[in-house]
Design a protein around this ligand. Structure first.
Ligand SMILES: [Zn+2]
Length: 488
């Protein structure tokens, strides 16, 4: 049996539309894609192994070039053959939903893994470790899964005329899109349609997941991120539909938001983040009946709202958000506007516990200053050797997504503190010297200590991003804000 025959058998056995009668047709479709060179053998009959072998066959046939972009496009075209059409997939999903929401998401999640839309092999390369801090056990990840951008692809994308299709990577128009140099392949991409607030939204998984069942909910319409009453309502509606998932939104301002501000979307999934385990430091009164409110013991300034009454919950969140939009407190550098530019917004996160909805609202301020040109409430200079990127939704909740460079760099820091030959980057020196003064490093304890200290730096990063600090002045300022919300 050739690799092509093996792949034909896999296509027919898959939940795609093809059956036994389509065997010859499917064989010819594959030939059209990979060409007629002697098929490269696969080490086993796993779909990903067969696809890899067929991609190599296509290079041998001269059908594609050996670059990453061509290989990804072809691999996804092959995987498209094992994937149901969007209409069929949506129908199956909602049929399974009748059994339970989890039955439906299990089906979609496993399918998105099986057809290699979720890049399981790449995700497995990520470094993940827990780190104990004063704010509980934080989660540190070093993100090694996203492929490095091919310089050729970057150049091609720069020179290519912007055709505006798809408008962005979060548009529904990516479903089945072939891809091109500098733009990801999406032939095997499928999106579930759902309704939020009377409008059509899409639901998909993240190809380079940062946590379990990392989901993206995207607006059918390409329009900018916004946080308002409708956002809180939509997030609660998602949790009503998928009570086993949390969902949150990145803020709608630069510096304190995510990397995609141009297309309205939320992120959710099946993971309990460190922030969700953080206790309430003190109860507060917001003057909204039926809603319990408290300040969370968390480095970023967070108000936790709990209620079984979702309308009351939306009222309370809107009240806080509206008040924060125009709230300033010079004593702690908090300013809603400077020169008519808005600086305030919130990062909301919703989940369901029993019959209670829990909404965590994180206060954000994106001012910059001469002292802190990257952001007053952003990781400050002395911790930027670990993290200088935006503190978005996932990190707000206590899961660090650190850049790939840190894996080799931290190894060099280990060499340095052990007094071995090293190529430590200069920016780590002050930190490494402080650690050397604090610990007796040995071969056996060095990794554990460095990991723990990375956790300490991440806790500092989050504290920098918090608008009200955990000191007497910060706590008093937080109480002043709560009082201001209460009188609105
Ligand atoms: Zn878009």
């Amino acid at each position: 049996m050739t690799t092509i025959d093996q792949f034909v058998a896999a296509v027919i056995a898959s939940p795609s539309q093809y059956t036994e009668l389509d065997q010859i047709y499917v064989h010819n479709r594959i030939l059209a894609l990979v060409g007629e060179a002697e098929p490269v053998e696969a080490p086993d009959d796993q779909l990903t192994s067969l696809t890899d072998a067929l991609v190599q066959t296509a290079i041998r046939s001269g059908k594609i070039e050996a670059n990453q972009s061509d290989q990804d496009i072809l691999a996804d075209q092959l995987m498209d053959l094992v994937t149901p059409l969007p209409s069929v997939l949506n129908q199956t999903f909602w049929n399974k939903y009748q059994t339970s929401p989890q039955t439906a998401t299990d089906y979609f999640y496993h399918l998105s893994q099986a057809n290699d839309y979720i890049k399981t092999r790449a995700i497995a390369k990520n470094v993940v470790f827990p780190a104990k801090t004063d704010f509980g056990e934080l989660e540190i990840t070093i993100n090694l899964s996203k492929p490095e951008k091919d310089p050729k692809a970057i150049a091609a994308a720069k020179d290519a005329p912007e055709n505006g299709y798809p408008l962005c990577q979060l548009c529904l128009e990516n479903e089945g899109y072939l891809g091109r140099l500098g733009y990801p392949a999406r032939s095997n991409h499928r999106v579930i349609r759902l309704t939020l607030g009377g409008e059509t939204w899409g639901f998909q998984y993240s190809p380079y997941a940062y946590f379990n069942e990392h989901s993206i909910f995207l607006d059918r319409v390409h329009r900018p991120m916004v946080i308002n009453r409708q956002t809180f309502s939509n997030l609660i509606e998602i949790v009503k539909q998928f009570p086993h998932y949390f969902v949150g939104s990145n803020a709608d301002l630069p510096i304190v938001g995510g990397s995609m501000l141009t297309h309205e979307h939320y992120q959710g999934g099946r993971h309990v983040f460190p922030m969700m385990k953080a206790p309430i430091d003190r109860q507060i009164d917001l003057g909204v009946a039926g809603v319990e409110a408290g300040i969370v013991k968390w480095p970023m300034s967070t108000i936790r709202l709990t209620s079984s009454n979702t309308e009351a919950l939306i009222d309370a969140a809107t009240k806080i958000h509206q008040c924060w939009l125009t709230y300033s407190d010079e004593q702690v550098d908090v300013r809603a506007y400077t020169d008519n530019v808005r600086h305030h917004t919130t990062t909301p996160i919703v989940r369901k516990i029993g019959d209670q909805f829990v909404l965590d609202l994180v206060l954000r301020d994106n001012q910059t200053s001469a002292q802190y040109p990257d952001g007053i409430f952003h990781p400050h200079q002395d911790v930027q050797h670990i993290k200088k990127e935006n503190i978005g939704l996932i990190e707000v909740m206590g899961r660090a997504i650190l850049p790939a460079r840190l894996k080799p760099e931290l190894h060099e820091v280990e060499n340095y503190v052990l007094g071995r030959q090293n190529q430590m980057v200069a920016m780590h020196q002050p930190w490494a010297d402080a650690l050397r003064a604090k610990y007796d490093f040995t071969e056996t304890n060095v990794t554990e200590i460095i990991d723990r200290e990375v956790g300490q730096v991440f806790a500092r990063v989050l504290a920098d991003a918090g608008v009200f600090k955990w000191d007497a002045a910060g706590e008093a300022a937080f109480d002043r804000f709560v009082a201001a919300v209460n009188v609105v």
